[in-house]
Design a protein around this ligand. Structure first.
Ligand code: TXA
Ligand code: MG
Length: 339
């Protein structure tokens, strides 16, 4: 098992940060908190360290990584060009849950862009991540700290469960505030284009980047992808996850699966159910509000996996309200069937 060090989320202890920087400098992997999810960090300019990330995640090497930086100036130093839209978005959203994709500077290893000519960059809004970046003085590449296609971790315990000894050190600062990954925007095109919906507020993004194209298709084929995180299957619990369009359909389907499978069946609703309606089911009711829902979603799915659920039925979220779109996207990618 990895070494886990507790760290104060608001004012991280100097000795803990120094130990994390030491592990990174020696080419190791450090899982650290961000405001979205926990990241699996390594020195972004060190090809061997990047290779260790791909190996630890079991992730194909053509899937690019986000470079985390402490400010816009550092971001620009890793880019071959810095479009006007990048400046505007960076000023409005950094530090924060927004990742921009730009052309990569020549001195940056191609591996970080998955072999493509681009690089994804973000300044995370978490005191621990920012303090670690400042102390290290160089960018940190960090995908979410989970195995390939699995659920992102929102606590240090999730990281340990998912990656075990594959990570050298885990910084534990408690649960992440947003609970869902950053929004990824390609600013090499005009107007900019959303590659992955996420924690940044879409309405606010559109105000800063007028004309922003936000239609993200779930693609069955990696050949047609613009961003590998757009693969159809991603963000999935171990249990088979099934989406149902209403509370009543979810209850009916969960009872049907319980009768068929016998094993534990999880049910995730946005509206209450009575004890008799949910008899025999592992019921979790999440808040019917997108930010609170996002904060708790992955933790709930991790819990149901840990409880041994064979199947998890989830009540779908409102498709007509863009505040729910990022969540709808993750639920669709994580599930096998929609009923
Ligand atoms: O919130 C987050 O973004 C978290 C925290 C740790 O920062 N990180 C994260 O990384 O979710 P990861 O690797 O799990 O997802 C990165 C997403 C993927 O969808 C990937 O395809 C996309 O960003 N991406 C990264 N670099 C890219 C690039 N050069 N071009 C296009 N898409 C890119
Ligand atoms: Mg990920």
């Amino acid at each position: 098992m990895p070494v886990v060090l507790a760290v104060n989320p608001l004012s991280p202890q100097a000795d803990v940060l120094a130990e994390a920087a030491r592990v990174l400098q020696s080419g190791g992997l450090v899982a650290f908190p961000t405001e979205t999810v926990y990241g699996l960090g390594a020195r972004a300019l060190d090809e061997r360290a990047l290779a260790r990330i791909f190996e630890a995640k079991g992730r194909p090497t053509h899937h690019p990584l986000i470079a985390h930086v402490e400010d816009e100036a550092r971001a620009r130093s890793l880019a071959a060009s810095w479009p006007e839209a990048a400046s505007r978005l960076a000023r409005a959203f950094w530090p924060g849950p927004l990742t921009v994709v730009v052309d990569r500077a020549r001195h940056v290893p191609p591996a970080i862009g998955g072999g493509d000519s681009s690089i994804a960059l973000r300044v995370p809004a978490h005191p621990v991540a920012l303090a670690l970046l400042a102390l290290l003085g160089e960018p940190i590449a960090a995908p979410s700290a989970n195995r390939y296609q699995g659920l992102s971790p929102t606590t240090a315990a999730h990281v340990v469960k998912e990656l075990g000894h594959r990570v050298d050190l885990v910084l534990d600062a408690g649960p992440c505030a947003a609970g869902i990954e950053s929004t990824v925007i390609d600013v090499r095109v005009d107007p900019p284009r959303v590659l992955r919906l996420g924690a940044a507020d879409l309405a606010a993004l559109k105000r800063i980047a007028p004309g922003l194209s936000a239609r993200v298709e779930v693609s069955e084929s990696t050949a047609t992808r613009a961003s590998p995180g757009m693969d159809a299957r991603h963000y999935a619990p171990r249990a088979r996850m099934v989406l149902a369009l209403s509370r009543d359909a979810a209850l009916a389907l969960a009872r049907e699966l319980l009768a068929a499978e016998g094993g534990p069946v999880g049910l995730v609703l946005r509206e209450a159910a009575t004890a008799s309606e949910a008899a025999g089911l592992d019921l979790r009711v999440l808040p019917n509000e997108p930010r609170e829902y996002a904060r708790r979603l992955y933790g709930t799915l991790h819990d149901l996996d840990d409880a041994g659920a064979r199947a998890i039925v989830v009540q779908a979220v409102p498709a007509d309200d863009e505040a729910w779109w990022a969540i709808a996207d993750r639920l669709e990618r994580g599930s096998t069937v929609v009923r």
